[in-house]
Design a binder for this molecule. Sequence first.
Ligand SMILES: CC(C)(COP(=O)(O)OP(=O)(O)OC[C@H]1O[C@@H](n2cnc3c(N)ncnc32)[C@H](O)[C@@H]1OP(=O)(O)O)[C@@H](O)C(=O)NCCC(=O)NCCS
Length: 182
Amino acid sequence: MVCNIREIDCQEAKVWAAPLAIVGAKLWSATFTGLAYYTPEIVKGYTDLAFTDAVLESELSDPKNRFLAVESNGEVVGYAKLEMRKSEPCIQTKNPMYLSRFYLDRSHHGTGLAKKLLDAVNDTATSLGFLSLWLSVWELNVPAVKFYTKHGFAKVGEWEYPFTSQGKQYVDIDWLMTRPIK
Ligand SMILES: CC(C)(COP(=O)(O)OP(=O)(O)OC[C@H]1O[C@@H](n2cnc3c(N)ncnc32)[C@H](O)[C@@H]1OP(=O)(O)O)[C@@H](O)C(=O)NCCC(=O)NCCS
């Protein structure tokens, strides 16, 4: 299997919006449906809002964001999104960059590809002059918490993570984790 990880140029936003929207909706649905109160309807209500071509195109065009796409045999099977944004007070690591999405299709879990994507994220943040990474993860997302912990992230706090589905507002408590650049 030939896998390739590449940074997407913001000029390519139009081309990449649809494939990333499809992968994001698929991954979100596969990961969260059935966990706690996440019914198929609540999940669909959220993914229909958050993973449209228009939303992705806008995120891809924003110069404060960086996207890394993972391709396998020419098909998009995951992506990571980094954001230059203000961090939270509990994030005490130096000059942190926010890793806001980290998605890999289930067919590639347990293969080491997630570690390669994290290495690429690390390289991108380094090239921009950042010295650490921080992220937010739902504590019930056990594989993700395990993955981040295994790769040196430590829990340093929590925050409320609000999202909207079918006109209703929900709030999850997410862990905030951070690690220095490696
Ligand atoms: C987070 C993610 C990229 C990790 O990729 P991965 O290839 O599964 O990573 P790894 O196999 O290296 O590590 C995952 C760990 O979770 C474990 N795991 C997998 N499924 C599990 C489950 N249902 N329950 C408990 N542990 C589980 C694995 O055994 C592994 O632990 P180990 O190293 O101690 O054996 C991947 O799970 C993913 O894309 N998830 C969906 C999107 C997501 O949740 N992203 C994070 C949002 S913050």
